[in-house]
Design a protein around this ligand. Sequence first.
Ligand SMILES: C[S@@+](CC[C@H](N)C(=O)[O-])C[C@H]1O[C@@H](n2cnc3c(N)ncnc32)[C@H](O)[C@@H]1O
Length: 375
Amino acid sequence: MKPFVDFYSANEIAPVRQDISDRQRHFQRRIALYRHLGIPTALIAGRSVIEFGPGAGHNAIVTASFKPARYLLVDGNPASLKATREILAQERAQNCEVVSSYIEEFKSDERFDIVLCEGVIPFQIDPGAFARHVAGFAKPGGIVVVTCIDGISFLGESTRRLLADTLVPFKAPPAERLSQLRTVFEPHLKTLKGMSRLVDDWMYDNILVPYSGNLFSLKDAIEALSDANDVYGVSPHFFTDWRWYKDVWGDQSRYNERGIGEYLTNILNLADYRVMMESQPPEKGGRVLRKAEALFLQMRGMENAGNLEGLDSAVSLVREIADEINPVSDLTGKSLREVAAAIEQRGNANLSVALPNFQSFFGRGQQYVSFIRRA
Ligand SMILES: C[S@@+](CC[C@H](N)C(=O)[O-])C[C@H]1O[C@@H](n2cnc3c(N)ncnc32)[C@H](O)[C@@H]1O
């Protein structure tokens, strides 16, 4: 069982297309992302880059435009490989090679200045081992970029999936679910001004794709890679370090330990992009994270079993999370309570009136994190 690839191949899709008709905006956004990760474009020019899981290649054309000396792209889904090859050819991108391989089976003695793996590791069966494999292709002193999704940043999706499961059974054919659920979720997506993803692709990739694998939090990523890598940048860009640089050496560097601390104190902000919440004690962040992870597992279990047994405990978890977050963000608490009430009605909720706060509730998306591979 290969997460993503089996589902994409079976449905002959690469559901990560973006509307890049405003090319300048697309390029500027990618540059902004690289900036958060500590990668100015001059750091890509003339360097070697490997990208795992380029999807439809829309992001790869931006990386290629910075003229790496070598750009190797690895994907295991035929539709992704085709789309990536086509778009790179259209752009007349130089020095690119697209190879077909499962990522975890990819082998090479070559080491790269930059390793990119975006939107691939969360939901793999063993995300930590997957990340270590990928990071191993970086040269000493090179940069590794991975993405993370944790239970809190996924609350918008976990709750939408639960709602979807009460409306159209998870085991119904994906195309049928898509046509019935599009009308429910399209208005939600329309509230997102910066959205460049196509609606159906978002649906495939967030609501319809089955999950056999696991979440991968920023803490999981740091812990998985800390033996050979130090955390460097993050997007959203919430790491701060007020230490005098002369105090940052040897065992005192503690980049990874500090990164986990910053993450746990800021984590509630991943839940709801509409609000900025005050930093919280890391114990609170950790407690909400565990509940949100439990919610994901409950949802995954029900979907894979093909029934709604356990829906009541999922609803209780949503309410517990709402109670935890409510003192810090009333809007987030209200939104979660609304969706809990709608899920509880098992398909009988009047969704057009029931979700005024929830419909624009989305997390801050996946988190990107860069690491420097220790020399
Ligand atoms: C969700 S898409 C992300 C695409 C792109 N990086 C982006 O962020 O828009 C995941 C991509 O990784 C590929 N992929 C996922 N797991 C893989 C695996 N185990 N081996 C090879 N390719 C994989 C999928 O085929 C798909 O193209």
